[in-house]
Design a protein around this ligand. Structure first.
Ligand SMILES: CC(C)(COP(=O)(O)OP(=O)(O)OC[C@H]1O[C@@H](n2cnc3c(N)ncnc32)[C@H](O)[C@@H]1O)[C@@H](O)C(=O)NCCC(=O)NCCS
Ligand SMILES: Nc1ncnc2c1ncn2[C@@H]1O[C@H](COP(=O)(O)OP(=O)(O)OP(=O)(O)O)[C@@H](O)[C@H]1O
Length: 199
């Protein structure tokens, strides 16, 4: 039996840090951001739909999605963000369903769905339980600015496009506090793996 763990958290909360550790412990990972990129790659149905709605000026000179330009548009405008996710959402779901079915066939013990917008997009329906990586908003802004080179305003806009940390935490089954040293975070994850008999 494959146990399916949803892994979520606000932007720059530490999901990748936790999912890397789970991979080291033998888990198989499906990365929502990677899938979201695949469904809008060059010449895809997804990218064609985006061009229909947003126009060819959101393509680079080589015909790829201009992510930076589209990001500045949608993270400043909720209606545009909804138009985008109405296109990408169903395509991401379909691909995740395929990947989950494939992973189940291999009988892997632990499958992790690392999905930033897990609750917003209703991906919890594929999961046995959901782990949420949590950090306080102030630290989230600091880490996001340091990692992505965003201004404080850009960091705030991304965070405001997502569910609040409190709401996300209240919906999750397991909370991981990533506000201290990484080692302390991974200890919490290891404890959960041991409790669930998944190591
Ligand atoms: C707008 C786009 C082109 C900007 O690309 P960019 O390279 O700047 O960001 P990237 O895709 O690496 O996402 C970084 C982070 O932004 C946040 N984010 C991405 N999409 C969204 C969204 N629709 N709503 C809120 N936050 C989002 C997530 O925390 C994600 O981890 C891109 O984010 C996109 O296509 N988003 C729509 C698809 C989607 O919903 N992805 C989330 C996967 S579950
Ligand atoms: N405990 C920690 N202490 C200090 N820095 C950390 C800690 N955990 C993660 N970071 C740093 O914070 C940033 C965000 O972490 P990470 O990339 O794991 O988050 P994420 O949730 O996967 O981000 P995204 O939402 O963009 O996918 C990275 O630069 C990472 O190195």
């Amino acid at each position: 039996m494959t146990y399916i763990l949803g892994l979520t958290g606000g932007i720059a909360s530490g999901k990748s840090t936790v999912s890397r550790f789970l991979r080291e412990k033998g888990a198989r990972i499906i990365d929502g951001d990677v899938v979201a990129r695949e469904v809008v790659q060059k010449n895809s149905v997804g990218l064609n739909e985006i061009v229909k709605i947003f126009g060819e000026n959101y393509l680079t000179s080589t015909g790829e999605l201009n992510r930076k330009k589209l990001g500045s548009l949608v993270f400043n405008n909720k209606n545009k963000l909804k138009q985008l996710t109405d296109i990408t959402g169903p395509l991401i779901h379909k691909q995740i369903e395929n990947l989950v079915a494939e992973a189940k066939k291999t009988n892997c013990r632990l499958l992790v769905l690392d999905i930033p917008l897990l609750f917003e997009g209703n991906y919890q329906k594929y999961c046995d339980s959901v782990m949420c990586v949590w950090i306080p908003k102030k630290l989230q802004i600091e880490r996001l600015m340091a990692r992505n080179g965003y201004t404080e305003k850009q960091a705030q806009q991304r965070i405001l496009s997502q569910m609040s940390n409190d709401e996300r935490c209240s919906l999750a089954d397991v909370l991981i506090d990533n506000s201290k040293q990484v080692e302390e975070t991974l200890e919490q994850v290891l404890k959960w793996l041991e409790t669930m008999d998944l190591v």
